[in-house]
Write a protein that binds this ligand. Sequence first.
Ligand SMILES: [Zn+2]
Length: 378
Amino acid sequence: MTSLRLSNVRPWGGDPADLHIANGVLTGEPDPGAEVIDGAGRLVLPALVDAHAHVDKTTYGGPYRRHTAGSSLASLIDNERTHRESLGPVAARAGDLLDRYIAHGVLHVRSHVDVDPVIGLASIAGVQEAAASRPVSMQIVAFPQSGLITRPGTLALMADAIDAGAHLVGGIDPAGFDGDPIKHLDAIFGLAADKGVGLDIHLHDRGTLGAWQIDRIVERTNALQLQGKVTIAHCYALSTVDDARQGALIESIAAADISLTTTAPGTTPQLPLARLAQAGVRVGLGHDGVRDLWSPYGTGDLLEKVLSLAVMSGYRRDDDIDSVLRLATHGGASVIGLPDYGLTAGCAANLLLLPVSSTVEAVTERPQRQVIAHGVLL
Ligand SMILES: [Zn+2]
């Protein structure tokens, strides 16, 4: 039995307290034989949760590459298909990125991983290999990045990916990219229902077209009784329709218990976070890609994304910035369904110790931190 006492720490910036850990779990019980770590008044947060990643795409571990893609979604996808083979094995690159995640305290990840007739399940296997040897919990979404209806053979590969251990079925812009929204949605919902797994669907389509697809996703979620198991990623449509339409969409998303993830986009207004919170919609935050053929940004520290989202949301008040940090912790945990997440007794002891005085300062300073994974100080 290994036990730890973190003395004089401030859980989520609250009053000083001692935290007790035994066998990787937070307990309410002091153990006189526990090893003591002097917290020196540091802030304690639960591990960061990246609810939307693409760890198979990263170029970490390799040299810096100039950005060669155009700005449209189609151009970004084509550019990746042209250059991805030159990047080297997925397991090594994803592993290098996960090492950075872990050093920053990102210990829970939902990653979309490309599946298509050229790469087959190789990227899924590479991410599984990288995660298996590291103290990080990984959910994999079988992701038809290059199209589903427009790329015959992909759906069967996605089914194989679920059989090979991927956790969720993915999708991408059923109308704007794949060109046949009903066929696309029927295919991915059918596969998810058949395999008994959830879905996580990329939806960049904006305005009326995106909103119409949200309605179709809600219909299928309810019809197949997949409430609580469906996530819409990005969901730009919500912030690009009028106020009344936005309210109606949020109501139906909440009623179907569909969760959302955002990656703090620079090209679209941010999600209506306060309105979503009021409706009880689960929202998580993710990196999207980290230094890949899509974007040069990111270091694996999810607090950078928290900062970006807070700044782009125009937030200055402590409560508002704190609410964005919650997306990167409790919000993400609720999206990906972590059962024992948090800072209370009974939760898994996956924690960060940060030398700052408040949650806001954690976001603005983003200092080096100590990480405890499953009760072990890394
Ligand atoms: Zn994505």
